[in-house]
Design a protein around this ligand. Structure first.
Ligand code: SAH
Length: 248
């Protein structure tokens, strides 16, 4: 079981697979006022940076589940590196429908809401693992400004304009599901650059190391237009943030 290979190649050197810097991830942890021993569930935990650094900095206990064997392995290694293996565990698997027996204080899905079939379905899924009074974290894109055409939306890697909302609408949508938005940390252009531009060097290095790989054509096709496409579209039109929710 694995995700499409292009992501494992493009993001193999990323610790955070989202437009967040380490500083923003730390700011989010601080904003949540996490107490030592709080249990955190993370669906689509990637390379485990959120759980490992929050275990180190705030003493949380974490369980992460991710479909990429590579990212899951990197998460385990990061746990060893940060000396938190007694507090975090990483499971390789499909997080769709994943619910824990022992309820958690924070249930997160940061940049992978397709796991629950969209934002609403993912909130519902996370709520099944959450203790009363707990916090749900949703990481999700939103439009900074509405794309003028469907083509512009597609250039931002969206299926269509209707895939995402403007920020006020996204915040309102959480309210309509019965949740208060109690905190948020948003990406900015610098943190987007860290996420997107880091892929370019990774892809270039991969191409240099694997010139005869059958997959090289696909990686080259991704790399060549990426900087210009990113600057013209994603960087201008797409926002991203992590939203902390509590049931009303
Ligand atoms: N939350 C992490 C990773 C976000 S990228 C971070 O912020 O760094 C999206 C992640 O979802 C990838 O790691 C990918 O491997 C994982 N993923 C995709 N589909 C999944 C599924 N069905 N179940 C579990 N993980 C999945």
């Amino acid at each position: 079981m694995d995700i499409p290979r292009i992501f494992n190649v493009m993001e193999s050197a990323h610790r955070i697979h989202n437009p967040f810097t380490p500083e923003k991830l730390a700011a989010l942890g601080a904003a949540l006022r996490l107490e030592a021993g709080t249990r955190v569930l993370d669906l689509g935990s990637g390379s485990g940076e959120m759980l490992c650094t929050w275990a180190r900095d705030y003493g949380i206990r974490g369980t992460g589940i991710d479909m990429s064997p590579l990212f899951t392995q990197q998460a385990k290694l990061r746990g060893i590196e940060l000396g938190v293996t007694d507090r975090v565990e990483f499971i390789h698997g499909d997080a769709a429908g994943y619910v824990v027996d022992e309820k958690v204080g924070v249930a997160a899905c940061v940049g992978a809401t397709w796991i629950g079939g969209g934002v609403a379905g993912t909130i519902e899924l996370l709520a099944r693992s959450l203790r009363a009074g707990g916090i749900i974290l949703i990481g999700e894109p939103y439009w900074l400004k509405l794309p003028p055409t469907e083509e512009v939306a597609r250039q931002c890697h969206a299926g269509s304009i209707s895939d995402f909302l403007l920020l006020p609408e996204l915040l309102a949508s959480f309210g309509k599901l019965g949740y208060d938005v109690v905190e948020m940390v948003l990406a900015n252009q610098d943190s987007w650059d860290r996420y997107e531009a880091a892929k370019w060097l990774t892809m270039r290095r991969w191409l240099d190391a694997n010139p005869d790989d059958d997959f090289a054509k696909e990686v080259r096709a991704e790399l060549t237009p990426a900087p210009e496409r990113y600057a013209a579209y994603t960087r201008e039109y797409l926002g991203w943030g992590v939203f902390a929710l509590m049931l009303r």
